[in-house]
Design a protein around this ligand. Structure first.
Ligand SMILES: Nc1nc2c(ncn2[C@@H]2O[C@H](COP(=O)(O)OP(=O)(O)OP(=O)(O)O)[C@@H](O)[C@H]2O)c(=O)[nH]1
Ligand SMILES: [Mg+2]
Length: 251
C-alpha cells in the first residue's frame, strides 16, 4: 500500500549491476558519490572477465560507502539488481546502467521526487517532454535496428499496458524500499521493469517520470547484442510479460 512519507534524511542505496564495465565503473561511482554523498553504492558484478570487480574491490577498501557483491556462477541483469536490493539498506533504492547512458546528474532529481516529492517511484524517462532516446550515429555502436525496436517496444507497451506511463523499459529509477518489499523483480532483462511499473500502478503507488537524455555507450561492449536472433529472443520475453500482465495481473 502507498505509504504517507519517507523520512526526510533517508539514506540512499544505489545498485549498479555490472558485467565488463571496467572502463566505466570507477568514474561512475565517483560521479554518483559526488552528487549523492550520503549514498551507499552496491556494485553487483557477475565475476566480470575484464576485472570490474577488482577495481570495485580497491575502491571499496578505501571508501566504506562502496560495497561489492561479486557473484560467481550466476548471471543476469534482473537477479543482479534484486540481489543488490536485498543486500542493501537504504530507504530509497536507485539503480541504473553503468555505461553512462543514464546520466548520474539526474539521480538527485529522482531521489528528491521520492524523499520529499511524495512519490513512491521516480523513473528516468526518455519519452516525456525534455527526455530523448538514443540516436544512432555512425560514431556509435548502437545499431539503427536496436534503437528502432526499443522505441517501437515502448510504443506497443503504452498501447497495451496504459498510455499514462511512457518509458516501460527505462531501468533508471529511484524507489521507496517498501515498494520493493512488496514487488520483487521478475524476469531476465528489461521486461522486469515493465512488470514493476505495471504492478506498482495497479497497487496505487505514486509514480512520476523525470526526463533524461539517453546517451549512447562510449566505452565497453553492449551486453544486449545486435543480431536479429538476439532481438527476437528478447522481444518474445517482452511480449510474454506484457501479455501476462494484462491477462493475469502478474509477470
Ligand atoms: N551483473 C550483471 N550486470 C549486467 C548483466 N548484463 C548486463 N549487465 C549490466 O546491465 C547494464 C545494461 O547493460 P548494457 O550492456 O548497457 O545493455 P544495453 O543498455 O541494452 O546496451 P547498450 O547500451 O547498447 O550497450 C550495464 O550496467 C551492464 O553492465 C549481467 O548478466 N549481470
Ligand atoms: Mg546500455
Amino acid at each position: 500500500m502507498p505509504s504517507t512519507e519517507v523520512a526526510a534524511r533517508a539514506p540512499v542505496t544505489v545498485v549498479l549491476p555490472t558485467l565488463n564495465e571496467a572502463l566505466n565503473i570507477a568514474r561512475l561511482i565517483a560521479a554518483i558519490l559526488a552528487r549523492v554523498a550520503e549514498a551507499e553504492v552496491w556494485v553487483v558484478d557477475d565475476d566480470s572477465p575484464d576485472g570490474t570487480w577488482r577495481i570495485v574491490q580497491e575502491i571499496a577498501a578505501a571508501d566504506p560507502r562502496v560495497r561489492l557483491l561479486r557473484r560467481i556462477g550466476r548471471r543476469g541483469l534482473t537477479s543482479a539488481i534484486q540481489e543488490g536490493i536485498d543486500a542493501s539498506t537504504g530507504e530509497i533504492v536507485v539503480w541504473l546502467d553503468c555505461d553512462f547512458s543514464m546520466p548520474p546528474e539526474v539521480i538527485p532529481q529522482l531521489v528528491e521526487a521520492v524523499s520529499s516529492g511524495g512519490h513512491d517511484l521516480a523513473v528516468g524517462s526518455r519519452f516525456v517532454a525534455g527526455g530523448s532516446a538514443k540516436r544512432p550515429t555512425s560514431a556509435t555502436r548502437d545499431s539503427r535496428l536496436g534503437v528502432a525496436l526499443s522505441n517501437w517496444l515502448n510504443l506497443g507497451a503504452r498501447l497495451w499496458l496504459g498510455p499514462s506511463f511512457h518509458d516501460y523499459t527505462s531501468g533508471f529509477i529511484a524507489c521507496r524500499r517498501g515498494v520493493l518489499e512488496e514487488l520483487r523483480l521478475v524476469g531476465d532483462y528489461g521486461e522486469y521493469f515493465m512488470a514493476l511499473i505495471y504492478q506498482a500502478r495497479q497497487r496505487g503507488y505514486r509514480i512520476i517520470e523525470v526526463p533524461y537524455a539517453c546517451i549512447p555507450r562510449e566505452f565497453g561492449e553492449s551486453k544486449t547484442g545486435s543480431g536479429l536472433l538476439q532481438y527476437g529472443r528478447r522481444g518474445v520475453k517482452y511480449l510474454r510479460t506484457a501479455a501476462r500482465l494484462r491477462l493475469l495481473g502478474k509477470p
